[in-house]
Write a protein that binds this ligand. Sequence first.
Ligand SMILES: Nc1nc2c(ncn2[C@@H]2O[C@H](COP(=O)(O)OP(=O)(O)OP(=O)(O)O)[C@@H](O)[C@H]2O)c(=O)[nH]1
Ligand SMILES: [Mg+2]
Length: 219
Amino acid sequence: MKKDLFTFDDEEIEAGRLLFAGPCDFIGAAQNLTALPPISLPEIAFAGRSNVGKSSLVNALTGRKTLARTSQTPGRTRQLIFFSLASRLQLVDLPGYGYAKASKTDIKAWTKLTRKFLVGRQSLQRMLLLIDSRRGIGQTDKEMMKLMDDSAVSWAVVLTKVDKIKLEQLQKICDKTQQEISLHVAAYPHIWKTSSQTGAGIAELRAHLASLSLPRADR
Ligand SMILES: Nc1nc2c(ncn2[C@@H]2O[C@H](COP(=O)(O)OP(=O)(O)OP(=O)(O)O)[C@@H](O)[C@H]2O)c(=O)[nH]1
Ligand SMILES: [Mg+2]
């Protein structure tokens, strides 16, 4: 019998592995709403501050080192980038927010695009809000949470870079994050703890995302 919703048995872990080991195709990049690919598959979007590790997480999940472009320079991903996984699930790498050097015009354009995407994208199953486990939730993350709540989009926190902190620090940040998300109606109750570097938590996140995907065509 399953212990709880967030523990996965071997079969579920394998389903996740299989989905993410399958073909992964670049669908397109959009800088504005008219350039979005048509709605076709259930979608998962990766949001978070610049440099939090969104593109790295997409790469770690799909086991491809260079699928999503990562960089040392914050603010690298400036478009919404779409990938299709075995025609069963679409991943969307969003531009990061909170980049200190971004101009007001850039921030305005980003907020408008993200808001419109959140409100109008019926295929969006879940937003993953990435939080750097060393920094915790900041002001811009809170604004993002509000934006997602207001858009009635279901979202979940993924802590990133857990390889960089000690276990007790991780426990503390989890407790604090749990307190914050309990205030939000649209927040998923579980916090994912991941490292794109060591692979920690990646198999579980794959299993979870597989449960949101379309079933395999050969079933
Ligand atoms: N140690 C460690 N470093 C990581 C991890 N994930 C990402 N990084 C590093 O963090 C930096 C930023 O990672 P990206 O994946 O480009 O971040 P991003 O959120 O896509 O950034 P933007 O596209 O600018 O919004 C890179 O130097 C990565 O190598 C992790 O799990 N562990
Ligand atoms: Mg990126």
